[in-house]
Design a protein around this ligand. Structure first.
Ligand SMILES: Cc1ncc(COP(=O)(O)O)c(C=O)c1O
Length: 445
């Protein structure tokens, strides 16, 4: 049994696709109504960090809903929200300990954009409203998030509705935007931020936003070790807030609690989503420093923002249960360990003529596909290489996540492999075996 538009009443995300009905999740596996078993090789959209079907997480939701399911964030606080914030602050980078709970990653990045603007206003910096983003970064699908983001395909339709924010090129060594090679490159991709700020006028910039490890737009791209220390210095020099968007890369995904920890840099604002609840409930957060909230407290007194479902007690009870589960089972360490094994196994696939790059950190990895390996020429988009790999893998019971259009805004093919942290080595072998079979089949078509 499967569904396809226009059967039923659901407005599906993909109108041409046939949807199997998922009835069960357990560990790294999903099962459909026909009894077919899938390896959730990407944790959905790189979201399911602790694995599917964990009873104690479901019980945490039930217990909180039985006590009190809802209060408005301007009227009450709850034990669930207070306890969770206290425990979450302990794993966040030092000094980032004021947490605003939300329902999704786009809400978190929108809130960060607004906080940066209001903070600058309260300091008397009336003109500072622009957030500098990066091309081929993704911060969500709402208008502020799209304005900061640099995924051409997601922005194109809505360009007349977006704010005209500046963007710098990504830190993407496999295809250096400056045609240079690390380490002789002088980390031009970070230093360009200073030039862009100067050209735009520092007095107009409120913040700089980056995914410390780029997520789905290019696929698990990790900047060199010098990158974020340089970015931090530039932000300090111009009194610009640094927002680390950890919606995908956070919560242990790269083998540390937050991916920015790999650079020992402390941002001013962190946005978290996806793995924060491991998908068990809609939950996200924007976290910042007391000094920043204090500017607002001493100024106008209130952050001019809010949602009906912010600071939701049931979501926070689930978040707390997920956080405790990660700690109890040492899953962040396991993400680092299994990530090393996954990376080693994926590298074996470089023998295929179309595997151009294998990259990532922890259990956030990706494979980039090219038509001509030597010259890194991408497949023409019309060839739909990523879609072919995705469909064939799904058919064979392996779920992957796509990245497209990152070479020139149109072309560029990659898939992300980012399984739940509970994965065993033999299950990683199973993923690699399926990928090998899929690649062989696609190569022969
Ligand atoms: C880095 C990053 N930021 C923000 C978002 C938006 O999150 P959501 O889809 O929960 O709105 C995403 C989603 O993929 C993301 O990867």
């Amino acid at each position: 049994m499967s569904y396809r538009y226009p059967e039923g009443n659901v407005f599906y995300r993909k109108l041409a696709r046939s949807y199997p009905v998922c009835v069960k999740g357990e560990g790294i596996y999903l099962y459909d109504q026909n009894g077919k078993k899938y390896i959730d090789g990407s944790g959905g959209p790189v979201c399911v960090n602790i694995g599917h079907g964990i009873k104690e997480i479901a019980e945490a939701a039930r217990d909180q809903a039985q006590k009190v399911a809802y209060v408005h964030g301007t009227q009450f606080t709850t034990i669930a929200v207070e306890e969770y914030a206290k425990e979450l602050a302990k794993v966040l980078p030092q000094g980032i300990d004021k947490i605003y709970f939300l329902s999704g990653g786009s809400e978190a990045t929108e809130a960060a954009l607004k906080l940066a603007r209001q903070y600058q206003l309260e300091l008397g910096n009336q003109q500072r409203y622009k957030a500098v983003g990066r091309w081929y970064s993704y911060h969500g699908n709402t208008m502020g998030a799209l304005s900061m983001g640099g995924r051409p395909g997601a922005r194109k339709l809505y360009l007349p509705l977006l704010s005209n924010f500046p963007h710098i090129p990504p830190s993407y060594c496999y295809r250096c935007p400056f045609g240079k090679t690390y380490p002789q490159c002088n980390i031009e991709c970070a230093r360009i931020l200073e030039r862009v700020i100067e050209l735009e006028g520092p007095e107009t910039i409120s913040a700089f936003i980056a995914e410390p490890v780029v997520g789905a737009t290019i696929g698990a791209v990790v900047p060199p070790k010098e990158y974020y220390p340089i970015i931090r210095d530039i932000c300090n020099k111009f009194n610009i807030l640094f927002i680390a968007d950890e919606v995908m890369s956070g919560f242990g995904r790269t083998g540390k609690w937050f991916s920015i920890n790999h650079w020992n840099v402390i941002p001013d604002i962190i946005t978290i989503g996806k793995g924060i609840s491991s998908g068990y409930i809609p939950l996200a957060a924007m976290a910042t420093k007391k000094e920043i909230v204090d500017v607002i407290k001493k100024g106008s007194g209130n952050f001019v923002h809010g949602h009906t479902f912010s600071h939701h007690p049931v979501s926070c009870a689930v978040g707390l249960a997920v956080l405790r589960y990660l700690k109890k089972h040492n899953l962040v360490e396991q993400s680092a360990k299994r990530g090393k094994y996954l990376f080693q196994r994926l590298n074996e696939l470089r023998e295929f003529p179309f595997v151009g790059d294998v990259r990532g950190k922890g259990l956030m990895t990706a494979i980039e596909f090219v038509k001509d390996k030597e010259n890194k020429v991408p497949f023409p988009r019309a060839f739909h290489f990523t879609e072919k790999i995705l469909e064939e893998s799904f058919e064979k019971g392996l779920i992957l996540y796509p990245s497209k259009g990152f070479v020139d805004g149109v072309n560029g093919d990659a898939v992300m492999i980012a399984p739940p942290f509970v994965i065993e080595e033999k299950e990683i072998d199973e993923i690699v075996n399926i990928l090998r079979a899929v690649f062989t089949e696609v190569a022969n078509k």
